[in-house]
Design a binder for this molecule. Structure first.
Ligand SMILES: [Zn+2]
Length: 128
């Protein structure tokens, strides 16, 4: 079983690698989107379809990149492995199985119960 420090270091390394991969993919997609599409292109034109696909992919990757960056920030603030709900340390055994866990087992179980009852605490990011 790795130590807490080893898990944190490994997770941070993984996230930084992922951020690099996403940034590379975004750059390639944006390059592809710079190419002008024929103004006479009609609906259903393969170039247009490709372009729409790329636009959707860019926003998908941007969201993913934000998530990865938030995770890196939380590691840097020393918040990784701390339960977001009760503030207790998430045991290394759990982090080893679920390195992206943000809740301890008890809180996870309680939140799942609330979700089942339709009383899930709504996240702040929800649009007002
Ligand atoms: Zn908890």
């Amino acid at each position: 079983m790795p130590t807490r420090e080893q898990i944190v270091a490994r997770e941070r390394r993984k996230l930084i690698e992922e951020r690099g991969r996403i940034a590379g993919a975004l750059e390639r997609l944006r390059e592809a989107l710079k190419v002008e599409v024929d103004v006479d292109a009609e609906e259903g034109d393969p170039d247009l379809i490709e372009r729409e696909k790329n636009v959707a992919l860019v926003s998908q990757l941007e969201r993913k990149k934000e998530g990865v960056e938030a995770a890196i920030r939380s590691i840097e603030k020393g918040k990784y492995g701390i339960c977001e709900r009760c503030g207790k340390e998430i045991p290394t055994e759990r982090l080893e199985v679920r390195p992206d866990a943000t809740l301890c087992v008890q809180c996870q179980a309680e939140v799942e119960k609330l979700i089942k009852r339709g009383q899930a605490p709504k996240a702040e990011q929800e649009i007002q």
